[in-house]
Ligand binder design. Structure first.
Ligand code: NZQ
Ligand code: ZN
Length: 392
């Protein structure tokens, strides 16, 4: 096991009705003037936004609002948020929504206290400080409610890039599984795919014998395999929603990744798809991740056999372990198809002729990228090609 620090300071406020306590938590973490940041329609329609405002008012915390965050959140709204926070002397940002709203909030939080362009933090610079951020999560997916990451798309050129810093880890995250009951099945499935992908990025490692981390990964994956079809069949199943919501956080605080090398190529390869086609991140991952697995499994066949047998219940073929590895990948792709995810370019709305442009923007150049298997630009091209024509 490699040496590690595990830092996850977020207070998770979990359960029914907990959004009505958000005023109390804003005050606890030092907020005296809040920006409520939210997305399109869902938080207004469900009445969530009104409950959040009521809670702030009852706690005597004034607020201003900025809605309109799009999925694959844009830099243009971040600049507006930074200006608003400065002119209104905001000292706390409350994200009410999913990963896109939370990531936009984190970007604003870094930008407000920085003299330069906030995009510097999405071009390699690490933020040392930020305004405090709290979240009221409405979709189990990105894990941004417990992560030190933010992903923003620059409209000029549709460049989707990430930023990481402990300064943007949320101070608290309110997680009421009931809030996710209004999600369309497609969004629920996109979220489930992202959660599983966050685990797989950490599961496929070259660091041997990190048994505890393997087993935690498998616990999250098994939970997702069991609970996702249940919520697709019955969106109001509170217990299944609750398990998925917590799984989404556990999958991305890094507790399932510590002590070993991680990969993250599938995420980088996917980000170019959601940047170019403005598709949901989870849908892009459903197309890319099994294709990545097919491309790399020979690097460590037994690790893929472990996934196949422990997560998807495949029989071990001791004579030809590659059969088991391939059966596991097929089981994963079938699972994704069964929950309504696209599994190839046509189903996602992507085009084979865009592959050179995707690889170019991905920007490996003559170098290599990734932890488990280090990929060249040619390798990335092959993965997009496998993804393009994938079938069950
Ligand atoms: O805008 P509204 O109307 O709220 O609609 C949203 C949006 O259309 C809707 N939605 C959210 N909660 C809902 C709801 N609809 C009905 N009922 C609810 N309760 O769902 C749609 C998707 O929302 P979004 O926030 O985009 O989803 P998600 O949480 O999957 O976030 C995706 C973004 O996070 C990034 C992705 O790249 C993508 O940009 N990621 C962020 C990470 C991080 N910060 O740690 C890690 C991830 O790997 C990921 O890259
Ligand atoms: Zn993700």
């Amino acid at each position: 096991m490699d040496n590690f620090n595990f830092y996850s300071p977020t207070e998770f406020v979990f359960g029914k009705g907990r959004e009505c306590e958000c005023g109390k938590y804003v005050k606890k973490y030092g907020g005296s003037k809040v920006l409520i940041h939210y997305g399109g329609q869902s938080a207004q329609k469900s009445g969530l936004l009104d409950r959040v405002k009521k809670s702030l008012t009852e706690s005597g915390v004034p607020f201003v609002e900025l809605g309109g965050v799009q999925p694959n959140p844009r830099d243009t709204l971040v600049y507006k948020g930074i200006d608003l926070c400065r002119s209104e002397n905001v000292d706390f940002i409350l994200a009410v929504g999913g990963g896109s709203v939370i990531d936009s909030s984190k970007a604003i939080a870094m930008g407000v206290v920085y003299d330069g362009d906030f995009w510097d933090f999405y071009s390699g610079k690490r933020a040392q400080k930020a305004l405090p951020v709290g979240t009221v999560l409405t979709i189990a997916a990105a894990g941004s409610e417990g992560s030190g990451d933010s992903v923003i798309t620059k409209e000029d050129g549709m460049l989707k890039r990430g930023s990481g810093s402990d300064a943007i880890r949320p101070r608290f995250s309110v997680m009421n599984p009931e809030l996710t009951q209004t999600l369309p099945a497609y969004q629920t499935a996109c979220g489930a795919t992202d959660i599983m992908a966050h685990v797989f990025e950490r599961y496929f490692t070259n660091t041997p014998e990190v048994e505890i981390t393997d087993r935690l990964c498998e616990a999250v994956l098994l939970t997702m395999v069991k609970e996702t079809p249940r919520v697709i069949a019955d969106p109001n199943n509170y217990e299944a929603r609750a398990n998925i919501m917590w799984a989404g956080t556990v999958a991305h605080t890094n507790i399932v990744g510590v002590g070993r090398q991680q990969d993250w190529n599938s995420h980088r390869i996917e980000h170019e798809l959601s940047a170019l086609y403005d598709c949901a991140h989870g849908a892009g991952l459903a197309v890319i991740m099994p294709a990545w697995m097919e491309f790399v499994y020979k690097h460590n066949v037994l690790r893929f056999c472990q996934m196949a047998t422990r997560v998807f219940g495949c029989q071990m073929d001791f004579e030809n372990p590659e059969n088991t590895a391939r059966a596991g990948i097929k089981a994963f792709r079938t699972f994704l198809h069964n929950i309504g995810m696209p599994i190839n370019f046509a189903e996602l709305g992507a085009k084979v002729e865009d592959i050179p442009a995707l690889v170019d923007k991905f920007g490996v150049g003559d170098g290599r990228t990734g932890g488990f298997v280090s990929l060249s630009a040619d390798d990335v091209t092959q993965i997009y090609k496998i993804a393009a024509k994938a079938e069950l």
